[in-house]
Design a protein around this ligand. Structure first.
Ligand code: PLP
Length: 484
């Protein structure tokens, strides 16, 4: 197959589409955009192919480099414009860029087979469905399969602080985000939202839960509440229970593995499908393992693997892809039209997804993630001695969240500080992430008090050092600002 040569437009004309932008074009765009979220900096290109750094342009046309600790919505495990991922895309694009949803392509078959091989526990050898959009649709696919397999039940258990997507259905499945959306109630009758274990802010007042580990004295009282809902207190019989083993957007809140063990048991007894949304925690984000479920198996000897699991973010190598994998024990499958969109068999994203997995495996990038994550977390814990506002620091791997508090004793959330830090970070060549807010009835923004450090997994030792040093500079400056 020959290299790509344009036939109609000049190479220069085609390059110009993605190469740069001027102030006028930005202003014009703002007039025409229905989305009100345009950031002051425009990412233009990778500093190097496969780098965690990106060159950005401000409205005056000035360029600077940013180390991206958001991995662009946690999707770029391999950094910006990774050469192998791009090569896989180009090879696929030379041959086919689109087929109907019910057409098999080589990449689709190979990626499904690979995921069935590397999925954790009960899911090994499972069945896979792809979509071209991401996590929301993958979660809806899981709900559909649970509904089909549980013969008509259409009710789901979900948890406070969960985030599962922004479609009309998954927005309701998620924690209400009244501060940022106006569609939190559509299909509300299909969900029962239950309190999640939040070890740093335990409702039973255990004080020593930290970094996702429960207080040694805790008797999982929170589980007994969830058990009540599952065993009849929810308005309807549940088809499934959906959760993120470590809640991402909702504040980087891990479910302690002991809770997951109990939940798995009760779901089995009650014939309810247990569904994990590992959209953020897949693709070695949490360290040496493909998923966090696998980490619990390997490190704690605890098989808490669910009946179904969903992936997105880095799973497409940086291109849009959502995945549902179901245990081979789930006998039902979809009819051709029950789970499809026009573009759901996207050959390019399926090829880049497989290329990214192979690169991570071959280069042992999960090991790099584990090592750099441990280094950053250790340094943050040292820093914590000097900064009263650093409450709880939670990992693992390069899935790091720091909960900011006004006072370590009361743990009062320090939302204003985090807002400042996010704004200031680009001045120090960093992007930092933040947690999803809760809007109180009085109109206060609550709980946007967690800073996220989740850079591409390929960061070097120098990058890790840079992150820690500049995080501290941002923190100092933000503290001064909030005192003003
Ligand atoms: C855990 C989790 N699930 C699902 C989603 C939704 O994915 P998408 O935005 O691709 O629909 C997200 C997105 O942030 C997520 O973090």
């Amino acid at each position: 197959m020959k290299d790509i040569e344009p036939k109609v437009l000049s190479k220069e004309e085609l390059r110009r589409i993605s190469q740069g932008i001027n102030g006028e074009e930005i202003l014009e765009f703002q007039k025409h955009s229905l989305n009100n979220f345009v950031e002051p900096l425009t990412p233009i290109e990778a500093k190097e192919p496969g780098s965690p750094w990106v060159k950005v342009q401000d409205e005056e046309g000035n360029m600077k480099d940013i180390l991206d600790c958001t991995s662009m919505n946690w999707a770029l495990a391999l950094g910006f414009a990774h050469p192998d991922v791009n090569y896989a895309a180009m090879e696929q694009m030379k041959r086919l860029t689109h087929v109907r949803y019910n057409c098999l392509t080589p990449a689709r078959a190979k990626l499904a087979n690979k995921l069935a091989e590397i999925a954790p526990g009960k899911l090994k050898g499972g069945k896979v469905a792809f979509n071209n959009e991401g996590g929301g649709l993958a979660n809806e696919a899981a709900m559909k399969l649970a509904m089909i397999a549980s013969r008509g039940s259409d009710h789901f258990g979900t948890f406070w602080h969960g985030y599962h997507g922004s479609s009309l259905v998954t927005a309701t499945l998620s924690q209400p985000i009244h501060a940022v959306t106006r569609f939190d109630s559509f299909a509300a009758g299909h969900f029962t939202r239950m309190p999640q274990p939040y070890c740093y802010r335990c409702m039973w007042n255990y004080k020593n839960g930290s970094d996702g580990k429960k207080d040694p004295e805790c008797n999982l009282e929170c589980f007994t509440v969830v058990e009540k809902y599952i065993k009849g207190m929810a308005p309807r019989q549940m088809a499934g229970v959906i959760l993120e083993p470590i809640q991402g957007a909702g504040g980087h809140i891990p479910f302690p593995p002991e809770f997951l063990k109990e939940l798995k048991q009760i779901c089995k007894e009650e014939k309810i499908f247990l569904i994990y949304d590992e959209c953020q925690t897949c693709m070695w984000r949490t360290g040496k393992y493909f998923t966090v479920t696998e980490r619990y198996k390997e490190e704690l000897g605890l098989d808490v693997s669910p009946d179904m699991m969903t992936f997105t973010k880095a799973i497409g190598g940086g291109l849009p892809l959502g995945v549902l994998i179901a245990s081979p024990k789930v006998r039902k499958t979809f009819t051709p039209t029950e789970e499809h969109t026009t573009f759901s068999s996207d050959p390019v994203a399926l090829a880049t997804g497989l290329a990214a997995i192979k690169v991570i495996e071959k280069e042992k990038i999960g090991e790099n993630c584990e090592k750099r994550g441990k280094f950053i977390t250790k340094r943050l814990k040292e820093m914590q001695e000097d900064y009263e506002v650093m409450g709880d620091i939670r990992g693992p791997g390069l899935f790091i969240g720091i909960e900011m508090v006004k006072d370590r004793e009361t743990r009062e959330p320090f939302t204003e500080l985090v807002e400042e830090m996010i704004q200031l970070a680009p001045d120090y060549n960093l992007y930092l992430g933040e947690s999803m807010p809760i809007l109180s009835a009085k109109g206060e923004l609550l709980m946007r008090n967690l800073v996220k450090i989740k850079p591409p997994l390929v960061i070097t030792e120098e990058d890790a050092e840079f992150i820690v040093e500049n995080f501290e500079k941002v923190l100092k400056k933000a503290l001064n600002k909030v005192k003003e």
